[in-house]
Write a protein that binds this ligand. Structure first.
Ligand code: SAM
Length: 290
């Protein structure tokens, strides 16, 4: 078993390098020995499929990934962790650490350079302050990866995995379901981390789809409609769309009726097919100049 989940060992290594945890960078390191082996096993990395990790921290998940993947590329923003990782991952020659911000790096180029034409998956315990932007960036850019296995806050996991058309769904559920098939893998209690956060977490896997589940003529318009629909959750869909798309109520009423949706419907009742139908009517309305 890896020593990286032994609190005394990890405290000692971090202390030796003068490291202190940064709340702003979402630094809660896993110390539950059961979590990382399970993530590494379920993420799909193998002798032929490489792994990309975001935020290796002290290397606890990196160490497990290195044992199943032929190559691991880990992106860490905090320079102070580089000497720590050098020490904790010393036994692995298939790991490359890149110092950088996952939101700024050219990930497409990185994947091409590091994995060539081969397959890769993303596996990470994400820093919570950028969970949604990171996931959406990877999905929207249609990066050549098979799946994303990520640990996120439990609430975010529930929202992301909620099927559009159900009460728990939100804009992110529809966006994620457009690009992938999300799976809830397992829950992780707050006590599994050092320092312990105030909330529990969950590991989810987003299996990238080759084709979106609905056909839309204008993807940007689809996402504009989805975002506008959930802008004011307490209001009806018709009110949200009117303010979110800056269109008069009468025009929205026409769009909803043409899409076969009742005027008092709410955003969380909309399925992917219904969002697609609204989008087509909206695009039609825009192009007719009304
Ligand atoms: N993987 C480790 C673990 O499970 O113990 C650490 C996970 S910790 C929740 C998140 C990690 O992401 C930290 O190491 C933090 O420094 C790093 N990080 C924060 N923002 C980042 C960014 N924009 N780009 C890359 N890494 C980032």
């Amino acid at each position: 078993m890896s020593r990286l989940t032994e609190i005394s060992y990890i405290r000692n290594v971090l202390g030796k390098h003068g490291f202190t945890f940064s709340k702003a960078l979402g630094q809660n390191f896993l110390v539950n020995p059961n979590v990382c082996p399970k993530m590494a096993e379920l993420c799909g990395a193998s002798e032929t499929v490489g792994a990309i990790e975001i935020g290796p921290g002290a290397g606890v998940l990196t160490n497990e990934l290195a044992q199943v993947a032929h190559k691991v590329v880990a992106i860490e923003l905090d320079k102070r962790l580089l000497p720590v990782l050098e020490e904790t991952l010393a036994g692995h020659d298939n790991v490359k650490i890149i110092n950088g911000d996952v939101m700024k790096l050219d990930l497409r180029q990185l994947i091409a350079e590091e994995f060539g034409g081969g397959n890769a998956v993303i596996c990470a315990n994400l820093p919570y302050y950028i969970t949604s932007p990171v996931i959406m960036r990877i999905l929207e850019e249609k990066l050549p990866v098979d799946s994303l296995t990520v640990m996120v806050q439990k609430e975010a996991a529930d929202r992301i995995c909620a099927k559009p058309g159900t009460r728990e769904s939100g804009a992110i559920s529809a966006a994620v379901h457009y690009y992938s098939e999300p799976e809830m893998l397992f829950k992780v209690s707050r006590g599994s981390f050092m320092p312990a956060p105030n909330v529990d977490s969950a590991v989810i896997k987003l299996n990238i789809l080759q084709q979106p589940p609905v056909a839309v003529s204008d993807e940007k318009a689809f996402f504009r409609v989805v975002r506008a629909s959930f802008l004011q959750r307490r209001k009806t869909l018709s009110n949200s769309l009117s303010s979110g798309l800056s269109m008069p109520k009468a025009a929205i009423a026409g769009i909803l009726s043409a899409a076969g949706i009742k005027p008092n419907a709410r955003a969380e009742e909309m399925t992917m097919e219904q969002f697609a139908a609204i989008t087509e009517e909206y695009v039609g309305k825009l192009s007719s100049g009304l």
